[in-house]
Design a binder for this molecule. Structure first.
Ligand SMILES: [Zn+2]
Length: 167
């Protein structure tokens, strides 16, 4: 075990498969949504906060400065598709499909069938008011990377439940 695993009281979910953190540095199934932070393909200083709601597939995408994503007009943008891909790597396709309540018609779901099934239902575009808390949670995660590994408990971590409720 690495230092940070030993010093953490929270259960660490091993990714189903290795992820490329540079493209999608933060992904979570939380608050009834698949949500996360996706790097801009062109501008290294820009990130997008993208989300898809479970059940309705209402989607949203905006920059960290709360500018709307030009690609997310009427349908999923590339950031949302990248987020779905990375969620499948992180949690496995079945768990992502179950959380989002996607019923895949034929057998094994994949990132592509999950994305297509959701976009085929012509989901609505939501507002971006939930982007700020997602982005600040991402920044908090980054801050923990800068802590010196230690086996002493982190007092502020005790505010968090030991496991995050995921489908
Ligand atoms: Zn986007």
């Amino acid at each position: 075990m690495s230092d940070w695993e030993r010093s953490s009281t929270a259960r660490v979910t091993t990714p189903a498969r290795a992820r490329k953190l540079t493209k999608v540095p933060f992904v979570e199934l939380a608050d009834g949504r698949l949500q996360g932070v996706v790097s801009s393909g062109s501008d290294i200083g820009r990130v997008y906060v993208s989300s898809v709601a479970a059940g309705t597939y209402t989607f949203a995408c905006s920059t960290n400065n709360n500018r709307p994503c030009g690609g997310a007009r009427g349908s999923f943008c590339n950031h949302i598709r990248a987020l779905i891909n990375e969620a499948v790597l992180q949690y496995g396709a079945e768990r992502v499909a179950r959380y989002l309540r996607v019923e895949t018609a034929d057998g094994e779901p994949s990132a592509q069938t999950i994305a297509n099934d959701m976009s085929d239902s012509r989901p609505q575009q939501g507002d971006t008011k939930d982007a700020a808390p997602v982005f600040s949670r991402f920044l908090r995660h980054l801050a923990y990377l800068e802590l010196t590994p230690s086996t002493a408990p982190l007092p502020e971590m005790q505010w968090f439940p030991p496991t995050r409720a995921v489908a």
